[in-house]
Design a protein around this ligand. Structure first.
Ligand SMILES: Cc1cc2nc3c(=O)[nH]c(=O)nc-3n(C[C@H](O)[C@H](O)[C@H](O)COP(=O)(O)O)c2cc1C
Length: 208
């Protein structure tokens, strides 16, 4: 009888010890791994890039990046646009740049590791029916061969018109372009999701 109790106790002890070891290994695994958001960002192959002179395009870009768990990059002008620069139909700086197809306003900073992205979602305001020239500067600064660019814009009232199509020649022929979309100021997250779902139905790399 004593022997049986001893054997039983040994089994119980072994069981408890194995359980403890597994638990310790499991918690070590959890504490070693990076937070979920960092892991997702590391795996992200989508970059949301935007230029926003007066803050209308910015929240759309931010929400798009949040929905897709994508990285976000703001195009910042080296020489910031003042209110006077942006007053349109005054022949101010923005008007002059839009009138000059060769204008390439300088950008401050750059996208690190552009090569890791396969999809670029590109947001900009409409300036005289077109993308601001700083978008041209951006597109000519990288090689987008093999990547897909998905343009979107905000405007006072104009549609996206020819603004996105006119950006195509600035990139290599190996760049793939999705049709662009115009949004109004303050577009809801629900509407952005609907757009992303629509794109993803023809382009599964974008999953909202
Ligand atoms: C120089 C300039 C030209 C503009 N041209 C147009 C235009 O042709 N059509 C339009 O609907 N809105 C036009 N707008 C208004 C902007 O497209 C609109 O306010 C946009 O949402 C601003 O985005 P942001 O705040 O992200 O810069 C223009 C604004 C500026 C500064």
């Amino acid at each position: 009888m004593k022997k049986r109790i001893c054997i039983l106790l040994s089994f119980v002890l072994l069981f408890i010890m194995t359980g403890c070891r597994n638990h310790a290994a499991e918690s070590q695994k959890t504490s070693n791994s990076a937070p979920k958001s960092e892991q997702a960002a590391a795996e992200s192959k989508i970059l949301v890039v935007y230029f926003s002179a007066t803050g209308t395009t910015r929240p759309l870009a931010e929400n798009t990046a949040k929905i897709l768990n994508a990285d976000l990059h703001e195009i910042i002008a080296k020489d910031p646009y003042t209110e006077a620069d942006l007053a349109y139909n005054t022949n101010g700086r923005a008007d002059q740049e839009q009138n000059d197809p060769s204008a390439r306003p300088a950008i401050s900073g750059k996208v690190e590791n552009m090569e890791k992205y396969d999809t670029i979602i590109l947001g900009y305001p409409i300036w005289h029916g077109q993308a601001p020239r700083i978008i041209s500067t951006f597109l000519e600064s990288y090689d987008f061969s093999g990547k897909t660019i998905v343009p979107f814009c905000t405007s006072h009232s104009s549609g996206i018109g020819s603004s996105a199509d006119n950006l195509h020649p600035l990139c290599s022929e190996q760049t793939k372009w999705k049709p662009g979309k115009r949004f109004e100021a303050g577009t809801s997250v629900k509407k952005i999701k609907k757009w992303l779902d629509h794109i993803s139905s023809s382009y599964p790399k974008i999953q909202s």
